[in-house]
Design a protein around this ligand. Structure first.
Ligand SMILES: *Cc1c(COP(=O)(O)O)cnc(C)c1O
Length: 380
């Protein structure tokens, strides 16, 4: 059996090595390392893929979120509604700008922001909602957009884990996540579904006025060379990454299909198990399985619990991960912002019970059988 990894970027690379190597060498020969046609071509291709008008490439997903919040002119003290059950970057971007994070509960099935909780959290200071398409499952965007419209709020999608996910509206319209809110943000961190060979990120929008502002902020607030209108930052996707991503984008749907196939195989093994909840798939979205995350029904105080399984698997050479062991509202970082004042029982409940298994484009059935056998051995 091939060794097990959470993600296998090396085998994935070897399958497209000739194409990737030629593209990287092409950038070297051109010596245009920052900006240039390779970057703008990739941005255009990604916009077409995602069904959005504009893509602004940037240095990473965290920058994408920060630039989005800056472009919307959010001011210190403005409230931003986010889930606590997410990667720290979602909320950190707000905190850097001295915005006030308002943590809301997630739906225990989808792991994504609960629209009812969002509406209850709105105050006169609320300016934006930041849904996260966690693990590759879409947040419920239709009610979130409807709430935002009614309260005149911006929606910034954190699509770092959701790229390629289709979301179905009740009128039959299908849109890709990242292209539904006012701004969408994504990451090309190597382990993401569309991963670079280094850092990278992008910002999506359909708004012609906003895109100019996003571009300006990502480039030192510059309107034309050496004329700086607003305080911005320096956030660029380099040409080597863009060249690689342009090739990987052509394979993205096939990568998603491979992840879904692996998820189906896990599902069959754990379906109807009294102690294991398989990932929920809402009929209004196409889960892209950035993570395959089980919820163990066992109480953390039980002899056989989630942390025990994590260790048991590690001892067998099977990696598994807890995304995330501490929810944002309980992170030290947010203590001074009142993080601990939030009471989020669903988030806490999930935090103690979720476990993510290896899932990637190169997983084979022999590997999955070994993982499944060991999980069932521990849990049964
Ligand atoms: C990866 C990730 C980010 C940040 O992306 P970077 O490129 O690492 O800065 C933001 N939000 C979520 C949900 C992520 O998974």
């Amino acid at each position: 059996m091939r060794p097990l990894q959470m993600v296998d970027t090396k085998t994935q690379y070897h399958k497209i090595k000739a194409e990737v190597d030629a593209a990287v060498l092409g950038v070297m020969e051109s010596s245009t390392f920052i900006g240039g046609k390779v970057v703008t071509d990739f941005a255009e291709h990604l916009a077409a893929y995602n069904g959005v008008k504009h893509v602004v490439p940037c240095a990473n997903g965290t920058d994408a979120l920060q630039i989005a919040m800056m472009a919307l002119d959010l001011q210190p003290g403005d409230e931003v509604i986010t889930p606590s059950f997410t990667y720290i970057a979602t909320v950190e971007a707000a905190a850097i700008l001295k915005l006030q994070p308002v943590f809301v509960e997630v739906d225990p099935k989808t792991f994504c922001m609960d629209p009812v909780a969002v509406e209850q959290a709105i105050t006169s200071r609320t300016r934006a909602i930041v849904p996260v398409h966690l693990y590759g499952h879409a947040a419920d965007m239709e009610p979130i957009m409807e709430i935002a419209r009614r309260h005149n709020l911006y929606v910034i999608e954190d699509n770092a884990q959701g790229i390629g996910c289709d979301y179905l509206f009740s009128d039959g319209t299908v849109k890709k996540t990242g292209g539904i809110g006012h701004i969408g943000c994504t990451s090309f961190y190597p382990s993401k579904n569309l991963g670079a060979f280094g850092d990278g990120g992008a910002i999506f929008t359909n708004d012609d006025a906003l895109v100019a502002k996003l571009r300006m902020i990502a480039a030192h607030g510059q309107s034309k060379r050496y004329y700086h209108d607003v305080v911005g930052c320096n956030s660029r996707l380099d040409a080597v990454q863009a060249a690689i991503l342009d090739i990987k984008l052509r394979h993205l749907d096939e990568y998603i299909a491979a992840r879904q196939k692996a998820a189906d195989y896990y599902d069959q093994a754990f379906l109807n198990h009294e102690k294991i909840e398989i990932p929920f798939r809402s009929p209004n979205c196409k889960h892209v399985f950035h993570q395959y995350t089980l919820t163990l029904k066992n109480d953390p105080a039980d002899e056989r619990n989630r942390d025990g399984l994590n260790q048991f698997l590690a001892d067998k050479g099977i990696p598994s991960m807890i995304y995330y062991p501490v929810p944002c509202h309980k992170q030290k970082m947010f203590e001074s912002l009142g993080g601990s004042s939030f009471n989020l029982p669903v988030t806490d409940w999930l935090t103690e019970r979720v476990i993510s298994l290896p899932i990637h484009t190169e997983l084979d059935e022999e590997q999955q059988n070994f993982i499944i056998k060991n999980i069932l051995e521990y849990i049964n």
